[in-house]
Every structure is written in C-alpha cells, then in structure tokens.
Design a protein. Structure first.
Length: 415
C-alpha cells in the first residue's frame, strides 16, 4: 500500500491534498495515510478524529499523519491520539523536505506546527493534474486578513498572501496541457487576492490574465468570493467572458443586519441583495450559491427569518448551510448561545429552503439544451455547476451539448 489522502473541507484542501500525495510518493513513503483536516466547525474536527480511529482499526499497520486547519489550531489534541504518528501544520505540509524528514528513523519529532501568522508568502505548489479529474483546482491565495467573530480559519491559515499572476497562469496552462478542461481558482479569501503583490492586482486582473494567456482553456471557474470585495474588472469579466463560468458562490453568512454586525461581516443585507441583482443584470444566466450560518449567537427567530428570506431575495440556488458551533478562542464563542435544538431546527429549515430553490432551478432546465463537461463517464456538470447524469459512452473531458429530459431533485438527467 502506498500513500492515501483523506480530505475534509474546502476546495483548497483538495488541491493541497493532491500536492501532498505527490510529494509523499516522491519521498518514498509506503503505507502512509494523510488526513487533511478542516476546522470550519467543531463537527468537522470531530469527524476527522472519528475517521482517524476508523482508519487505524481497519489498517493497524498504517502510519497516520494528520495535517490541515484543525491540526494547525489544535495540534496537541491530535498528537495525544494514540492512532496518530505525526502532526503537520499547514505551512509544513506543503514542503517536500517535510515528507523526506518523516522517513528518517532517527527523527522523533511528532509535531511540526510553526506559527502560521509568521508566514508571509504563498508558493504555488505545481501539480501536473488531478488524477481522474477533468476539473482541476489552482490555489491563488491563502490566509485571511479579516477577523469574523465566528471564524477560526485565519488562525489555521495565517494572514492573506497571494501567488504571483505569472505562476498562476503557468499552472493553469500546465493543467490544461495535462487534460484539465475546467480550472477552478481557489483560496481562503479569494477577493483579497493581490493586495500583497507588487502593483496590487485584483482578482479580476488575474482572471483576465488567465483567460488571455491560456486561450484554449474551455472553462474557468471561481470558488467562494466575498461580494463586498468584488472589483470592477471581475464584474466586467463576469459580464463579457463566456469562458468564465456563470456560477458564483458567495460568503453571505446571514440575512439580518444586526447578526452581520455581530459576525463582523463587512456587508449589509441590502448590499448583498444589490450585488446579486447587479450580477444577474450583467450575466442573466448566472447561478448563485452562498454560505449561510444558522443559529449564530443572539440570533432571534425574526433575524433567522431574514436569512430564510434572503434565499429568495438573492435568488440563491446552491446553499451551504452551517449550523453554528462555537470555536474556542473566537469572540462568538463568548456570546450568548442559541440552544442547540433551535440551531439544528433552523439549519434544517434553511436546507429545506435551499432544496426547494434547487428544485425550481432544475425544473427550469428541463426541456432545454446544456453544455456539459463530462467528468466521470456518466456524470458531468453544466456551466452553471449543476450535475448531469449522462447516457453511457461519454468520455471524461468531452464537452457535450445535451438535451435535459428531467431531474431527480439533485441532478439533471440528459436525454
């Protein structure tokens, strides 16, 4: 058995897992399981610990190395687990020399977790492709300079830092040459891109550079963005660049102004709605998704109702719903908490609202034609990110025009 990576959390983790697996293999590791954790909620960290125990039961001979955001912010908790053979911080995990050092029999350092706040640069970790995928990810930014009261991620990822535009363009070109037909630009605070680079190029400048210098790439997509930071070039690219996919995932978090203020978000409810209306005016076929937290401390039923209504007022289709869970060390953990049963109930109601919105969107696609990128033979995605079940015979990497005959509530079905 060689190297296996178990990944939790965001698209950035998926990208980093691919780079880590390659580095570990090149270093000569065998029978190694890397658990790349997420810290966005307490539940994510709990699931990681549960998975570690299960892996050790099923593969007692394997060495388990734990890394990722949860390992960065809680290294001692993972190091104390008897199943864990090593803990790596988010900076250390991306260094090839780290994986070489782990093979040294004389090395007894179980925990390698440095101060992430001291990291000042983001190196682009080049990968040739993502095995079995025609959609690949490129990390263009890491860390976050904002301090939302609920969020532990800046302490797992450090301050905002960007990859140089030229390196990003070269990485996208390499991925295309190795078979990727869609590239997703990803980061922790994507719209914070470029502020630390010479000339402070914004995300829209980067998007235009990628599309200009990799002219044969069929699809470019963005991961989650903060609407309040969207620059004019980005909005213009959304309006005029057909290869920039008409799908945006927004970090909205709540629909009530007082809750947003207590979260220390930088937008109001009205600004969120106005942004969605403007993007839809610029790109009528755009599909919008969002992160929304249910049961933030002090959230009343009236405040929650405004989050529910935001789904319709912003025209959201894809929801990521997070039941609030207090993260030790964050200001929100010290605020008056909403009872857990209420939090869970509000999360359920938000998910139901999101599922209804998704069904309406899928209903509207039936009887139309869609351009679909085939990913795994019988599964592909439309330009607006809806999954499509395809008839047999399609090849991964093909771009097909298909008639949409129906849906099952989650995915479209091609004729």
């Amino acid at each position: 058995m060689g190297v296996e990576v178990v990944t939790f959390g965001c698209r950035l983790n998926i990208y980093e897992s691919e780079a880590m697996e390659r580095q570990a293999r090149e270093a000569g590791h065998e029978n190694l399981v890397i658990v790349n954790t997420c810290a966005v909620t307490g539940e994510a960290a709990r699931q990681a610990r549960q998975t570690i125990r299960r892996i050790k039961r099923e593969r007692p001979e394997a060495r388990i190395v734990v890394t990722g955001c949860a390992a960065q912010v809680e290294p001692g908790a993972f190091a104390a687990m008897p199943e864990v053979g090593g803990v790596l911080g988010n900076h250390e995990k991306m260094k090839p020399e780290t994986w070489g050092a782990l093979l040294d029999p004389a090395d007894t350092e179980r925990v390698r977790v440095a101060d992430i706040m001291a990291v000042r640069e983001t190196a682009l970790h080049l990968i040739d492709g993502m095995r079995g995928r025609t959609r690949a990810f490129v990390q263009v930014q890491n860390g976050c300079d904002h301090r939302c009261t609920f969020c532990i991620i800046p302490f797992g990822r450090g301050n905002s830092r960007s990859a140089p535009m030229g390196a990003v363009v070269e990485q996208v070109r390499t991925l295309y040459q190795h078979g990727a037909r869609e590239v997703v630009l990803t980061g922790v605070d994507m719209t914070g891109y470029g502020r630390d680079l010479p000339g402070a190029p914004a995300l829209g400048t980067l998007v235009r550079a990628v599309l200009r210098h990799v002219p044969d790439l069929p699809r470019l997509r963005l991961s989650s963005i903060d609407s309040v930071e969207a620059d004019a070039d980005l909005l213009d690219a959304i309006a005029t660049e057909p290869r920039l996919m008409p799908h945006l995932h927004l970090s909205l978090q709540a629909g009530d102004d007082l809750v947003l203020k207590r979260m220390k978000r930088r937008h109001s409810r009205a600004e969120a709605i106005r942004f969605c209306q403007e993007v839809r005016r610029l790109r009528p076929d755009v599909v919008l998704g969002a992160d929304i937290i249910a049961g933030f401390p002090t959230e009343t039923e009236e405040a929650f109702a405004r989050s529910l209504d935001l789904v319709d007022e912003c025209g959201l289709t894809h929801l990521h719903v997070f039941p609030f869970s207090p993260r030790p060390g964050t200001p929100a953990a010290r605020m008056p908490q909403v009872p857990r049963d209420v939090v869970k109930d509000r999360a359920r109601r938000l998910r139901e609202r999101g599922e209804a919105a998704l069904r309406r969107h899928l209903d509207a696609q039936v009887g139309t034609w869609a351009r679909v990128l085939v990913e795994l033979g019988d599964v592909g995605r439309t330009e607006s990110f809806a999954p499509v079940r395809l008839p047999g015979g399609a090849r991964a990497g093909d771009l097909l025009e298909v008639a949409i005959a129906g849906h099952d509530g989650r995915a479209l079905i091609a004729a």
